[in-house]
Design a protein around this ligand. Sequence first.
Ligand code: 13P
Length: 281
Amino acid sequence: MLQNFNAMLADAYKNHYAIGSFNVYNYETIKGVMQAGKETGRPVIVAFGAKYLTNMDLEDVVAVTRALEMKQGLPVCLHLDHCAKLDVIYRAIRAGFTSVMYDGSALPYAENIANTKLVCDIAHACGVSVEAELGSLAAGEHSHEGTADDKEIYTDPKAAADFIKATGVDALAVSVGTVHGMYKGTPNVRVDITKAINEACGIPLVLHGGSGTPEDKIRGCIENGVTKINVNTEISVYTVDKTAERLAAEGKKPHLSELALMQQGAVAEVVKKYMAFFEGR
Ligand code: 13P
């Protein structure tokens, strides 16, 4: 059965590792993430961003993930990533998502609190875990989620502690210098701010913008409460590069079914690389 992320993140928090939350958009990406979980024997979070509702609808994501999870024999959480619309959150819960992220980070603080609390009350009554966000990430290269206007606003530790108390949220996404997309220059990830947030909050923290984040910074964040790390851009960049290489190398056009299998394998490869980083292997 699909599960929420609470038991997974509690274990990761206690034992200082992080679970990867990998973005999916179609059958091949869902299967690739599951394949990585199966080959490593590790739990996975399959993350479907509300942005990709034109690729798959919520019920189809649940149906495919459930069917694959039954063969997996390992913990799988199906998480709705970055969603600012309350009606979509409620539809995802009804469809069978086991975890949701309400992203009210662009709203005034009090409004973000009020909406997040509403989501927590409903989601928790249904056994669904909730992530919310305070602060905001800038966008790097090839980002499909961020925009050039996105400003980096670091999460304030005191505001984060008050936010958690007022909402009852299960995990908090923080802004500590990672970006959505690949980094344009040297990443300036602030482990010191992560530490201050962790000391003030004491609940699992979430790092968005995992793609391209240096391993030592990832480790520093994990040592200071980060238990869930999101990866999107590199899954896409790596798989598109592999597809382009294959198309350039072939004398004749490959069949679409062969390309689809190759893409599933490429997704599994990049996911396994991040899983190893996140567990310090
Ligand atoms: P990247 O695209 O930088 O990996 O970030 C993914 C993310 O934060 C999804 O919520």
